[in-house]
Design a protein around this ligand. Structure first.
Ligand SMILES: [Fe+2]
Length: 270
């Protein structure tokens, strides 16, 4: 479905009912979510996952990549476990007629060696693509972050730095640009950081990254249905008002669609 103009809220909601629509449909895709139940500090029960999915659908989200926390020393769920739980959750979501399509993924806490685990299929990329969502200790030193992202790139993956606004190292002048240029990584920002719900520090950092043209994805990083819920509608409206519809769609629809289709997003900007 091609974008033909500025949908009103009502029109947008109509498109959202397009259950299991193609990635080109106008609903948003959330590439970072702890919706999968009982595997990490996200949803604690199937019922809670369903409530979160319902909220996500009302916010205009049509597709969610499940990204449970994964650490190499103690992975919270195996790829098989993710697939099995995802099938069960999708069945429940379909049964309740919530228009959300799920994909499997992971939020990988980076340590040297995760590249091997990814290539052996012991850790999941996003929706089976070459994109992988990666996080580090927020206070990790710059060289380690750079080397880690470089290693992932060298193995043929497209690393996405999760909630890039958390890294103090990147606030130093020119650092955020340098890291992207040097490693080929992409930046994901949290919606609640941009709207200010995560406090002033993350708000100013995330807004600076966005303003400098360094953001590639905005996602919810949802952990529950309340304080850390899958909320995106307010951010989407703000983004459209401040930067225009094209930028809103690039960050919330088109770039995530490239992940689902395993396409390189930067090719589209050439
Ligand atoms: Fe997360």
């Amino acid at each position: 479905m091609k974008n033909t103009g500025n949908p009103t809220g009502e029109q947008r909601n109509k498109v959202h009912t397009d259950i299991h629509g193609s990635p080109a449909a106008q609903s948003f895709t959330d590439i970072h979510s702890h919706l999968l139940p009982e595997v990490d500090d996200g949803a604690q029960s199937l019922e809670q996952s369903v409530r979160m999915a319902r909220t996500a659908a009302m916010e205009g989200i049509g597709r969610i990549i499940l990204t449970p926390h994964q650490r190499t020393d103690r992975p919270s769920v195996s790829p098989e476990g993710t697939a099995r739980r995802m099938r069960r959750l999708q069945e429940e979501i379909d049964r309740r007629r919530i228009p959300i399509r799920l994909y499997a993924g992971a939020e990988i806490f980076y340590r040297h060696g995760v590249e091997e685990l990814l290539s052996e299929g012991r850790l999941l990329t996003l929706a089976g693509s070459r994109y992988c969502l990666t996080e580090f200790f927020p206070e990790e030193n710059y060289a380690y972050i750079r080397d880690g992202l470089n290693r992932l790139s060298a193995f043929g993956y497209f690393p996405i730095l999760a909630h890039a606004e958390r890294y103090e190292q990147l606030t130093e002048s020119g650092r955020a640009e340098e890291l992207k240029r040097g490693t080929g990584c992409l930046y994901q920002l949290n919606a609640a950081s941009l709207t200010g719900e995560n406090g002033f520090l993350y708000k100013s950092r995330s807004r600076r990254l966005l303003k400098n043209g360094l953001a590639d994805f905005i996602a919810t990083d949802a952990h529950d249905e309340k304080g850390r819920g899958p909320r995106i509608a307010r951010l989407a409206d703000w983004l459209e008002k401040r930067y225009g519809k094209e930028e809103r769609d690039r960050l919330l629809i088109h770039n995530p669609a490239a992940v689902l289709e395993d396409r390189e997003i930067w090719q589209e900007n050439d």
